[in-house]
Design a protein around this ligand. Structure first.
Ligand code: COA
Length: 186
């Protein structure tokens, strides 16, 4: 199996973290994921991705060689958010990551860190991926702190137009497999 094909299934199907499990998004998850996309606190930072249920289904239920999304759930089966790798370029071993915890009462408990750590470790260990980058609003202190805990470092700062037309300052953060091996995993 090629590394690219591994993205579609196999060992990357279900990933077990310390406190959360990452599993394929299922049709039954779509209504809740769409509901969270209406939450102003989440949309403010994570943006709104889908206009229709069909678009959401297409993205979440049909992984490609370039993207894959995972439901984040607690070990009691409660869906709490979603994490994805996208814009995967297998030739250079780079990909982007996006994440949100939809259950706001569960923010700041280390669950985001666990989900991200679990995802990047699995991809670094089981595929040819060498680095993961992400974009985060400079004002999103919670997310920045979470990413820092996993080892992401800010590499660039850019001003970009947001979906509502406002200008935002974004940080481009990156985690490299080589850096992670040097600092040691948890
Ligand atoms: C970003 C997100 C995924 C992080 O998940 P999480 O489970 O809340 O993150 P963690 O608990 O692992 O880490 C958050 C850290 O920020 C810290 N934090 C929160 N608010 C803070 C503030 N105002 N100042 C400083 N630190 C703050 C928390 O204390 C925690 O750090 P600690 O573990 O050292 O105490 C989640 O909060 C979320 O989905 N937010 C809304 C959507 C979003 O921002 N998505 C990311 C878009 S780039």
């Amino acid at each position: 199996m090629s590394f690219a094909q591994a993205n579609r299934g196999g060992k990357l199907r279900v990933l077990e973290g310390e406190r959360v499990r990452l599993r394929p998004v299922e049709d039954r998850d779509i209504p809740q994921l769409m509901e969270w996309e209406k939450d102003a606190d989440i949309v403010r930072w994570a943006g709104k991705k889908f206009e229709t249920v069909e678009d959401a289904r297409d993205w979440h239920l049909r992984p490609t060689l370039q993207h894959r999304t995972f439901a984040i759930e607690l070990y009691d089966g409660r869906l709490i958010g979603e994490i994805e790798v996208l814009n995967i370029t297998w030739k250079t071993g780079t990909a982007e990551m996006r994440v949100f915890i939809g259950e706001k009462d569960l923010w700041d408990r280390g669950l985001g860190e666990d989900a991200i750590h679990t995802l990047v470790n699995a991809y670094f260990t089981m595929t040819a991926l060498q680095e993961v980058f992400l974009r985060v609003d400079e004002d999103n202190i919670r997310a920045r702190r979470c990413y820092q805990k996993v080892g992401f470092k800010a590499e660039a700062r850019l001003t970009a137009k947001w979906e509502d037309g406002s200008m935002r300052t974004l940080l481009l953060m990156r985690l490299r497999k080589a850096d992670q091996s040097r600092s040691g995993s948890r």
